[in-house]
Design a protein around this ligand. Structure first.
Ligand SMILES: [Zn+2]
Length: 436
């Protein structure tokens, strides 16, 4: 707390709400028009200033929390222990903190308007299985450990923002929820963010996702993806005596060859990947099952749907081909199915959205330039429902995400923290005390 915030008892004060959105919203002038001098800058607000000032002397605290959180394992579907630690830290920061039914931690900074909500979130989960060595090795500002950047840096930033806002007694106009969410990675299928969006639907005005390091990008376009599993089953038998019976692996291979010859457009960019294939029990057995997992992604939902039906058709054709060429169909037939393992919806933030304007104003404040990106993140969920959302890095630098050599360098992380804080407060708005 800076001294100038102390109230003299003789001075009457009134709470005057000033919407401090860094730039006007949809009525904003074109980019080349001069800045509106009458629009107060967010960073001119004394409490916002105090929150920004809190960050610099507390960077080593932020680094320590990042190491501490990273050392609590959080494999997919096993985030509870990490969630409990984050809840405690949010409560220590002075927020009302709770864990919801899905396992998300939520710390509330109540706004003047409780009916409108801004969420700032960082996913708790990692891709690493429970027995992974998550000990953090520190060398100056550099830390190495699985999950240190993705998303140790995001969770640490979430805690820093909560602490900075609370210790500066920032009163937002819209209620800000600090959320550590579960299930972002892989087959978690964004279940944490889906629950948040479901529970606060109607009130939720914007979502700022902190994921990984850096300040170089802003994800405003949600890359849609689907994950599918194809399974082919048959009676199975002996390689010699049952030769000629329909073979699920043969059928899967026939179907896969058809599928990988499927044409996909360069624009809208559309991709597919057969990531896992398995089946059979021994080299001298006709297998009784074969399966493969496919990840498909596209800038267009239509292409995604087209590719999903192509996979179904190809697997069906592979089974048909195998049945037709089987020498002995009397020994049973093949069954097949293709199941959706997960689906991430697409969406896009409007170029003139207030949230993007707040981010751009924050970039300007820290002297940063960032590029627009399309990616698959927690922001997919709100964006697909028309709720404003972005995903940004939490500052500093990192690399080797999803590998055991993952690293994070905290040098310059304040810039990322300031950028995130100003973006969140820019879109929540801030109340200001003014002398009467
Ligand atoms: Zn991540």
């Amino acid at each position: 707390m800076s001294g100038k915030r102390c109230c003299k008892p003789t001075v009457k004060r009134a709470l005057v709400c000033v919407i401090l959105l860094a730039m006007p919203a949809r009525s904003a002038p074109p980019p080349h028009a001069p800045r509106q001098a009458q629009s107060p800058r967010l960073s001119d607000n004394a409490r916002v200033r105090a929150a920004l000032d809190w960050l610099t002397p507390n960077i080593s605290w932020v680094n320590d929390q990042q190491a501490r959180i990273t050392e609590i394992p959080a494999p997919p579907f096993q985030e509870a222990q990490r969630a409990a630690a984050v809840k405690e830290l949010l409560a220590e920061a002075g927020l009302a903190a709770q864990i919801d039914k899905t396992g998300n931690v939520i710390g509330e900074l109540r706004g003047v308007n409780e009916k409108e909500i801004v969420v700032v979130s960082a996913h708790l989960d990692t891709v690493f299985p429970p027995d992974t060595d998550v000990k953090v090795h520190r060398d100056g500002s550099r830390m190495t450990a699985p999950g240190i950047s993705d998303n140790g840096s995001g969770v640490a930033a979430l805690l820093a923002l909560a602490r900075a806002a609370q210790s500066a007694r920032v009163k937002p106009l819209r209620t800000v929820l600090f959320v550590g969410d579960v299930g972002e990675e892989g087959e978690g299928n964004l279940r944490g963010m889906r629950a948040i969006v479901d529970n606060y639907r109607g009130k939720l005005k914007a979502v700022v996702v902190l994921d990984g390091s850096g300040t170089d990008h802003v994800t405003t376009k949600a890359l849609a993806s689907r994950r599918l599993e194809a399974l082919i089953t048959g009676p199975g038998g002996h390689s010699w005596s049952d030769f000629g019976m329909p073979n699920p692996i043969n059928a899967l291979v026939r179907g896969s060859v058809r599928f990988i010859n499927t044409r996909v457009p360069a624009t809208p960019r559309t991709t597919f990947n057969i990531g896992q294939i398995e089946g059979g029990t021994s080299v001298n057995s006709v297998p009784h099952e074969a399966r493969l997992k496919v990840d498909i992604r596209s800038e267009s939902e239509d292409e995604l749907a087209r590719l999903e039906s192509a996979l179904r058709e190809c697997i069906a054709a592979g089974v048909r081909d195998e049945m037709e060429s089987a020498r002995d169909r009397s020994k049973g037939k093949l069954e097949w199915k293709v199941e959706l393992l997960g689906s991430r919806p697409g969406g896009e933030l409007a170029a003139d959205s207030p949230l993007l304007a707040a981010l751009r104003a924050a970039d300007e404040f820290i002297g940063n330039q960032s590029r627009i990106e399309r990616s698959s993140t927690d922001a997919n969920v709100p964006l697909s429902l028309g709720i404003e959302a972005i995903s940004i890095g939490a500052g500093g630098n990192g690399g080797g995400a999803h590998s055991l050599q993952e690293w994070y360098d905290a040098t310059g992380r304040e810039a990322g923290l300031k950028r995130a804080l100003l973006t969140v407060l820019g879109v929540s708005g801030v109340a200001e005390e003014k002398p009467r």
